[in-house]
Design a protein around this ligand. Sequence first.
Ligand code: SF4
Ligand code: FE
Length: 509
Amino acid sequence: MTQNPTKIDKIITGEDYINSLRGRNLRVYLFGEMVKEPVDHPMIRPSINALAKTYDLAVAAPELASVISPFTGERVSRFLHICTDAKDLVLQNKMQRKLGQLTGTCFQRCVGMDAFNSLYSVTFEMDEKYKTSYHQRMKDFLKKMHTCNYVVGGAMTDVKGDRSLAPHQQEDQDMFLRVTRRTEEGVYVTGAKAHQTGCINSHWMVVMPTMRLGENDKDFAIVGAVPVDAKGITYIYGRQSCDTRSMEGGTIDVGNAQYGGQEAMVIFEDVFIPTENIFMDGEYDFAAMLVERFTAYHRRSYVCKSGVGDVLIGAAASIAEMNGVPKASHIKDKLVQMTHLNETIYATGIASSYQGYATDSGAYICDSMLSNVCKHHVTKMPYEVGRLAQDLAGGLVATLPSEQDLNHPEIGKLLKKYLKGKADIPTEDRMRMLRLIENMTLGRNAVGYLTESMHGAGSPQAQRIQIGRAMQLEYKKRLAKIIAGVETEEDKDLVINELSGYFERVFAI
Ligand code: SF4
Ligand code: FE
């Protein structure tokens, strides 16, 4: 039943990618109506452009954004690559920062990358325990994806219903995606995944459980790949702040005319997954491992925000210049503060990758403590960077008249005169910069830069739980007791020789 969603054999450029999305007959709803062709919809297109940039970067900088596929021997997107050393993990982060810089938004492709990498090791370990054949299926599927250089989205977040109840305890069993029937050929699933990044812009989607599952939740322990145009899938487009500005025409008021992010609710009604595309079915005891490994990768993928932060810092410095005050010491100090915050995000993310290690499957995984620290920074620091950008922008960032007023034959002249900053800077340029700051801190791309930073890859409390689990207080207490003379030399040996968990990785040589 697998539809080939593209008429192009292998996608190489951004243009190939955009063409590959045409004519797919997806059921996408926006403003209560079905969208005929998402590619041509002015509200959707910026998100497609952002994802297309991942292909264009792979052409412009192949070492950064592509790899040689072990399956096909040809260049393929780094987003489809299984990491086999720490350098691979690091290069993912460098690519993410660059793409954040080039788009100023979420380029939507990391969930699939992190899903593949975590599934690679989890399927390997499941097969070892249960003698299943998920790992080989996974590799066969990856090969197909490499052959066409597809975009694969990862769909994890269930709608969850009553948060105090397990999946099987929900009054409505569809609150978590589940298998409703099985045939010789495969399984049928029903349920919904919320705020799915880039789902409409993908070719394939891998569904995964969203949390730890128990024995009674077997039907919810399903991982499988479906083409995004599979029968029974409906997408309901998520609104973003100020999104209809892209339907007004013009390029100023949108702030970032070219690029945007995308989230949608994905509803599965009796969607078929053939056996060859099933990578977990009923192994509920591996759901927690999958979620933990996925978040270890994905929470450091949020270094993307340091790339987006670079754009916002640039916008803040530019508006200061346009206002004529680039040298004021407090402005300089605020730009330093923004940079310090931004680099703190990058530092912890990239450190998590450098401290990566091999799983039994051979795939490398990054350090979960530092990954959680990175993501936890991301839940706070972009808000402060955004606050400082608004501080430097001044009140006009929220009171600026419209592009139509600027273009009006009479009042346009008045605006050009009275909205002028530094004499040699055109008023329109100043307006564009203010609109970009608005876009990133209040408008469409604030969804990606701020709220997604808060909740994407898990809300702040989820990281605090992980950090708490891994912080090794007993070990730290023993360090203190030895130095305070409360414990003996024998314990000191234990502290040096018997490292575990996070500190095993810290002191790995
Ligand atoms: Fe990638 Fe960042 Fe978007 Fe997540 S928020 S998909 S990590 S760009
Ligand atoms: Fe995300």
